[in-house]
Design a protein around this ligand. Structure first.
Ligand code: FES
Length: 380
């Protein structure tokens, strides 16, 4: 059923002047009915790219501040970025490029972005991987590409996705990818696995431009929809033009304050999902009198208070308040990465309660500390 869609996509690409061709064979070890081929694509290693970019930024008179968390922005004729320790970095223009915007500025980004997680396993195999990068047209998506490493060729098998904090079993996603790899390739080893999440917008196009219609000097680039290596380049082009020339031919398409009727349905669905998660998280009772095994995390009831508990390999119990400091949704345990993840806007925290990524700006409270402390060890 995807064949006509692929044909249509090839037609649309050629009408736009994009070089694309229709294929009924691809060099993969399983049958493929139809494919669309884009030639001459670039494949690059994002960290090597950034490593080369960083000294160019510094050498051209700019600055990179490491370990400096920005927590607020003051905008007037120029801008000040306020850091965690209260210092200010002044700039005539500021671009918020912090993945999920850490500063909303009245743009209601938290109602217009959701966080979606996906997974990768890196395998080694007996055969050489065919040249090219591949992605399936259908769901569940599978993407394939190779990467040379010191230990030989790695094949990155990606796919599986769900809203952050909304999978009952995060390990199952790695298992599905491993099953797919083993069914289709002569796998020798699976040395790496990881997951990531990205910001998704209501109409699938990133938000790039002025943060709000009132912001003169404040810009945002977010909602890259898992195409960050491409969309970051697009954003850089648009924002450079907006700041240096005052306009960009692409600005209306990416304008963060655009309105589209088509996106309204998704807006309602996504925000209804947030509301349901908020309410169901509050109503779901915590577990009473449970055993927590090593490596396990659970939401338990201690003296009438809901707390998240995780037992590490040294049998130490780590206890956190599972209320998200962003706007108060209840966090879900992610067993594959031993983290507490928020089902509403995707903030993530270590089992010790430290912030991994926002939009929350702070870590979790610790109910086993302070004057009203609870004692979760009764469950050990
Ligand atoms: Fe918004 Fe948790 S990230 S409530």
């Amino acid at each position: 059923k995807y064949v006509p869609q692929i044909e249509e996509e090839v037609r649309a690409a050629s009408e736009l002047g994009i070089k694309a061709s229709y294929l009924d064979k691809v060099p993969l070890p399983f049958s493929v009915k139809a494919a669309m081929c884009f030639e001459d694509q670039a494949q690059f290693h994002p960290l090597k790219y950034l490593k080369a970019l960083a000294p160019i930024i510094v050498d051209s008179g700019s600055h990179i501040f490491e370990k400096t968390q920005a927590v607020n922005i003051e905008e007037d004729k120029s801008c000040s970025v306020v850091t965690r320790d209260g210092k200010k970095v002044h700039a005539s223009q500021v671009i918020i490029a912090s993945h999920y915007p850490f500063f909303d500025g009245g743009g209601l980004y938290f109602a217009r972005i959701w966080a979606d997680k996906s997974y990768v396993v890196a395998i080694t195999m007996k055969d050489k991987f065919p040249e090219g990068m591949f992605i399936t047209a259908e769901d569940p998506a599978r993407s394939l590409r190779s990467q040379n490493s010191e230990n030989g060729e790695l094949i990155l098998v990606g796919g599986e996705h769900h809203k952050t904090g909304q999978s009952p079993n995060t390990n199952s996603h790695y298992k599905n990818l491993i099953d797919f790899a083993q069914q289709n390739f002569p796998v020798i080893n699976i040395p790496y696995r990881w997951s990531t999440q990205d910001c998704m917008t209501m109409d699938g196009i990133p938000y790039v431009g002025n943060l709000t219609s009132r912001s003169q000097n404040l810009y945002v680039a977010t909602g890259f929809g898992k195409w960050g290596m491409t969309n970051s380049m697009v954003s850089a082009t648009i924002l450079t033009d907006l700041i240096t020339k005052g306009d960009s031919p692409w600005a209306p398409v990416y304008n963060p304050t655009r309105f589209s009727l088509a996106a309204t349905g998704n807006l309602i669905v996504q925000n209804a999902n947030v509301a349901i998660k908020y309410i169901s998280g509050k109503l779901t009772p915590a577990l009473n009198n449970v055993q927590i095994a090593v490596g396990e995390g659970k939401v338990i009831n201690v003296d009438g208070q809901k707390v998240g508990a995780y037992k590490d390999e040294n049998e130490k119990l780590h206890v956190v308040d599972t209320t998200c400091p962003h706007v108060g949704c209840e966090l879900a345990w992610n067993e594959a990465e031993t983290s507490w993840d928020c089902p509403c806007h995707g903030s993530r925290f270590t089992y010790e309660g430290n912030l991994i990524e926002g939009p929350a700006l702070n870590g979790l409270n610790h109910p086993d500390e302070g004057p009203n402390k609870v004692d979760p060890n009764v469950y050990e």
